[in-house]
Design a binder for this molecule. Structure first.
Ligand SMILES: Nc1ncnc2c1ncn2[C@@H]1O[C@H](COP(=O)(O)OP(=O)(O)OP(=O)(O)O)[C@@H](O)[C@H]1O
Ligand SMILES: [Mg+2]
Length: 113
């Protein structure tokens, strides 16, 4: 899970053309643990929001900061979260509107449950 979170934070820093600002919140509603990682970066156009989790997929548009990558970070992040019976999704209003990645994990049962 540390690798997964590290990937999301490093993307939030990489895909920004200004001083990055990153917000991380964790909520536990007893059934689920919900982690939100929001940035103020370049954002992700709607048509790419599903594709970015595919192996080797990178968005190659001219507004993108000129940073190197393999396109594997989010693929592995999704695989790791799946191994923990969780899910990951992304929301972005579009260009330069930032992105929010949401991880949902099932909460562990307590002894009484
Ligand atoms: N926070 C983000 N804001 C905007 N675009 C993003 C963000 N995170 C990922 N992306 C886009 O999704 C693509 C895939 O991300 P992913 O982390 O899988 O690969 P990468 O960052 O290119 O390479 P790697 O993580 O392997 O170094 C990125 O190339 C980028 O275009
Ligand atoms: Mg990455």
């Amino acid at each position: 899970m540390q690798i997964a979170i590290d990937n999301l934070i490093s993307n939030a820093i990489k895909y920004s053309n200004k001083e990055p600002s990153i917000n991380i919140s964790v909520k536990d509603n007893r059934k689920k643990i919900i982690i939100n990682i929001s940035d103020n970066g370049v954002g992700i156009p709607q048509q790419y929001q599903k594709k970015i989790f595919n192996k080797f997929f990178r968005i190659d548009l001219n507004y993108m900061p000129n940073v190197k990558g393999t396109g594997l970070g989010l693929y592995w992040t999704k695989e790791i979260i799946k191994q923990h019976y969780g899910s990951i999704s992304v929301h972005s209003e579009g260009l330069n509107k930032g992105s929010t990645f949401t991880i949902e994990l099932p909460a562990a049962k307590t002894k009484e449950e």
